[in-house]
Design a protein around this ligand. Structure first.
Ligand code: MN
Length: 397
């Protein structure tokens, strides 16, 4: 194994210029709280740009606090609305895919924090790596569909990628200072989601709001549904494989309903390290920005008098078929994870719009995987093509 991003000596600097991709979502809003904490603690984060799909009201609030040079608004109509409703002096306002890629390629910032949801995060992240930016990544789908290519590019352009996902941040913290060869196993913890104790019959009849009622984490809709199906953990297994260059047979998933242990690493001598904390994304976000340094914060602390019952159970692969499907895509090198991700994004969207039932999500994904002929030695073009075809096939059926 090689953990390329921790081998490098990282120059510690207290001034960082940051581009924030997806600033108005759940991670984006938490990131802005983190930046405020850092700037209150002798750290100097300059936010160069913010981007949103269409939440212009939140964006306007963020602009007035952070005073960035540019904003990008994906939705053309919302972009026009923003221009007529708000008048910020010297603020550049961009829209349209080409303008986003231009913004990403500029050399007026150093770190891209990517917190968009889904496949749409891939292209900008690739462009940022190609222009030598350091990546703080919350968008796990990028690694799920293109992990091998991303790793190749990170090497070629001599830069690094730090995970924000709480499990992967935990693993990074556990392996820091360890020999690459001393890791024997990665143990990803999962809360189990809202349906952990429900029967298949109860799950089948569950509504969108049942599935959105996550017991521990407050997140966006897509990832919350992924947590209910356990697909989120499946995507995280694939993410871990690429981040830590580890064989999937050495990645375990364990249900830990309290979400206090964010993940663990087992070493060759039998020792296990775990990283613990309150389920609050501000902690892993800040660690990704300041890595390898720690900066003080007033974020909530674990009170072990309150959390005195940390429990573990085996995941039920029959009840949560998505987790099984995700593991299955790693049986051979190839493009199955691209199909898994595309089919999942479409199926979750259909479920959120009351078009299909909860258990139709794994059914649709399985059908797409069964219909796919995996491509070995694939390039970026293959990924975009397979993603497009998978989505089309589901929507046409
Ligand atoms: Mn996670």
């Amino acid at each position: 194994m090689s953990f390329s991003f921790i081998d490098k000596h990282v120059l510690i600097r207290h001034h960082k210029k940051l581009g924030l991709l997806g600033s108005t979502g759940s991670i984006g809003c938490n990131t802005i709280k983190v930046i405020k904490n850092l700037n209150d603690n002798d750290y100097n984060i300059d936010v160069i740009f913010l981007t949103t799909n269409k939440r212009i009201d939140i964006l306007a609030e963020q602009v007035s606090v952070l005073n960035p040079q540019s904003v990008f608004i994906q939705d053309q109509k919302k972009s026009e609305e923003f221009k007529s409703n708000y008048h910020f002096r010297d603020l550049e306002i961009l829209s349209g895919d080409d303008e986003l890629l231009d913004l990403i390629k500029r050399d007026n910032y150093e770190v891209l924090l990517s917190s968009v949801v889904g496949f749409s995060g891939l292209k900008p992240t690739i462009e940022a790596i190609k222009s030598g930016k350091k990546i703080a990544l919350a968008n796990k789908e990028t690694l799920v569909v293109a992990g091998s290519l991303v790793n190749k590019l990170l090497k070629e352009f001599n830069t690094e990628l730090i995970p924000i996902d709480s499990e992967h941040s935990a693993i990074l913290q556990c392996i820091k200072g360890e020999d690459n060869d001393s890791v024997s196993k990665i143990i990803l913890t999962a809360s189990g989601g809202p349906f952990r104790n429900k029967t298949i019959k109860e799950i089948r009849n569950s509504s969108v709001s049942d599935a959105l009622a996550h017991p521990n984490w407050n997140m966006g809709n897509k990832i919350t549904i992924d947590s209910a199906t356990l697909m989120n953990k499946g995507l995280e297994v694939i993410e871990a494989k690429w981040l830590f260059d580890i064989d999937v047979k050495n990645i375990d998933v364990i249900i830990h309903p309290q979400s206090i242990i964010h993940s663990m690493v087992e070493f060759i001598d039998g020792s296990v390290k775990a990283q613990l904390g309150i389920p609050d994304m501000k902690i892993p976000i800040q660690y990704a920005i300041t890595y390898p340094e720690r900066i003080s914060s007033g974020f909530p602390r674990v009170d072990f008098n309150e959390f005195n019952d940390l429990t573990f159970e085996k995941p039920d692969f029959e009840k949560f078929e998505c987790l099984d499907l995700a593991f299955g895509t790693l049986k051979e090198d190839g493009t199955y994870p691209v199909v898994l991700n595309a089919a999942n994004e479409v199926a979750v969207d259909l479920f959120l719009n009351n078009k299909i039932g909860f258990l139709d999500i794994p059914t649709l994904i399985k059908r797409s995987l069964d219909n796919h002929k995996s491509v070995k030695n694939f390039e970026l073009e293959h990924i975009f093509e397979i993603d497009r075809i998978t989505r089309k096939e589901i929507l046409n059926n």
